[in-house]
Design a protein around this ligand. Structure first.
Ligand code: SAM
Ligand code: SF4
Length: 322
């Protein structure tokens, strides 16, 4: 089992397969994707070596993310390769839901085990205002198709003071009679969004107090679980998750590593730099990869310094996948 120097077990890999995105979420890429330099994303072949290397160290789960992973033409191949890697038990994806209604059946066929879909508003107008796209109906239809295919779905919602906080109760109503997991994500400051952050950040602690006062109860956390605190309520069919990166012990349970679409391993979402793995994703060198990952991992710090406004090299989360 892969462990860092603070005895945290690394249980899953968040793998960005592109930093390109077609949406313009106002907290992430308000001006849309800007191509700054000519770089090449990891090929499907390199991804195969990468995932096999992590699997050989005991990792059982891969989450595919981006940018927007669904815009990669070979996504179905990548899902299938991850799923067929010996040792990998779970392949998940995080997506903005673009054309989900048309694509999800092929992902299911390739073996996807779980889908996280970002929805920041249940009002078509607000959805367009936040993402730059009038696609709420399409995303909701995609969710229904995914559920009809028995794929577990989680919804990610970043709460924003000026754009969707007024919909807090609408979101809760949505899961009252709907067996869905909805996760509220606390807005994070990145290199690019300082002013937006100051205007829109809502403290995770305040959201938590609000939920507890409304009768939501904390669920016991599974060791292999992601970063969310989970809550349930006797009157609600769905479950709530709360991702509070600014909370005091958030990093204590960190169980993941990240690799960017250019093959750089980031020891933290807010690390100062990525460590290049691409050299070890080739036919003649991939056998060295497990050793390289293990030794790089020893540089993982105990915690990020987000609360001091330090977001490392991360200018926006589309760079790395959130
Ligand atoms: N494009 C895909 C999507 O939006 O789901 C995957 C990549 S996106 C960077 C992954 C997650 O990060 C999304 O749920 C998004 O809402 C969230 N995210 C992006 N920027 C964020 C920020 N500054 N603070 C909190 N969450 C953020
Ligand atoms: Fe794109 Fe996801 Fe960022 Fe929105 S949050 S701009 S969909 S990468």
């Amino acid at each position: 089992m892969l462990k860092d120097s603070f005895n945290r077990h690394i249980r899953y890999l968040r793998l960005s397969i592109t930093d390109v995105c077609n949406f313009k979420c106002n907290y992430c890429l308000p001006d849309g994707y800007q191509c700054t330099d000519k770089h090449q994303d990891l090929s499907a072949e390199e991804i195969k070596y990468l995932v096999a290397g992590f699997a050989s160290l005991g990792l059982k789960k891969v989450r595919i993310t981006g940018g927007e992973p669904s815009i990669r033409k070979d996504l179905v191949q990548i899902i299938s390769d991850c799923k067929n890697t010996p040792g990998i038990e779970q392949v998940a994806i995080t997506t903005n839901g673009y054309k989900l209604d048309k694509k999800v059946a092929s992902w299911a066929e390739a073996g996807i085990d779980q889908i996280n879909i970002s929805i920041d508003s249940l009002s078509p107008d607000h959805f367009r205002l936040i993402t730059g796209h009038d696609r709420l109906a399409e995303v909701l239809k995609g969710i229904e198709i995914a559920r009809s295919l028995d794929i577990p779905v989680k919804i990610n919602t970043v709460l924003l003071k000026q754009f969707n906080y007024g919909e807090f109760e609408t979101f809760l109503d949505w899961i009252k009679h709907n067996d869905l997991t909805l996760r509220f994500i606390e807005l994070m400051q990145t290199g690019d969004n300082k002013q937006f952050f100051e205007q829109n950040h809502i403290k995770g602690e305040d959201i938590r107090s609000q939920l507890l006062s409304q009768g939501w109860q904390r669920m016991i956390r599974d060791k292999a679980a992601g970063p969310a605190q989970e809550f349930q309520h006797p009157d609600y069919q769905g479950r709530l998750g709360l991702i509070m990166p600014y909370s005091k012990d958030f990093c204590d349970s960190c169980n993941r590593l990240r690799v960017s679409s250019q093959g750089k391993m980031h020891l933290c979402l807010f690390a100062e730099e990525g460590n290049d793995l691409r050299h070890y994703l080739q036919p003649e060198t991939h056998h060295e990869l497990p050793q390289v990952i293990t030794s790089m991992l020893q540089g993982k710090k105990s915690a990020h310094a987000l609360a001091d406004g330090f977001s490392g090299a991360t200018t926006h989360l589309a760079m790395l996948g959130g």
